[in-house]
Design a protein around this ligand. Structure first.
Ligand code: 2AM
Length: 175
């Protein structure tokens, strides 16, 4: 039997946005140190599921492929910091209602499959650095960005050397 698979639902940046996120990560790294995320793994987590069996993963693939993800925009206009893990991240001053609704609807669908929503409030963020020092301010080192999205991705987090790589298992239908 295959071991459990660690999976999560995410938004993934297009190549142009990924490049812009990478530039900001580089500048923030110069200020805060720590360990940069690999450029190809930058993402916004909508729902972290954790370890599931292959059968559960098949259910989640079907759920993802049936998800309705209206196109939306997420302004990236602030830097944030989680002291636990020294996580420096990019996010927004105020979460747009449609992004919040997407998160709520996704968890509603997941609850229908028996998965338990997290207790903590949704703080949408893109992790750029881990084990970093706190940033000096919330100001982004560079121009602000807008993330335009139109689909959700189910991601398989696979152990890869000292870290993890993120493989795509499914997308919601693009709108
Ligand atoms: P983070 O970026 O804030 O660390 C894959 O691990 C993704 O799921 C990461 O973006 C991570 O968020 C998020 N995540 C949320 N809860 C998690 C948990 N309990 N363990 C690992 N990752 C978690």
């Amino acid at each position: 039997m295959r071991p459990d698979m660690r999976v999560f639902f995410a938004l993934q940046p297009d190549p142009t946005l990924r490049q812009a996120l990478s530039s900001i990560a580089q500048r923030l790294h110069a200020e805060c140190g720590g360990r940069r995320m690999r450029d190809d793994s930058l993402h916004l987590t909508l729902a972290f599921i954790g370890d599931v069996s292959e059968a559960q993963a098949e259910h989640l693939i079907a759920l993802c492929q049936g998800l309705d993800c209206p196109a939306g925009e997420w302004p990236l206009d602030r830097v944030g910091y989680f002291p636990r893990g020294g996580v420096a991240w990019l996010g927004s001053q105020a979460t747009p209602q449609p992004l919040d609704t997407l998160h709520t609807r996704l968890w509603h669908a997941l609850a229908g499959e028996g998965f338990t929503p997290p207790d903590q409030p949704f703080v949408p963020h893109v992790t750029l650095l881990r084990r970093a020092r706190p940033p000096h301010s919330e100001a982004i080192p560079g121009p602000g960005l807008t993330w335009r999205y139109n689909r959700v991705t189910l991601v398989h987090s696979v152990p890869d050397g000292a870290g993890r790589r993120y493989d795509t298992l499914a997308h919601s239908p693009a709108v």
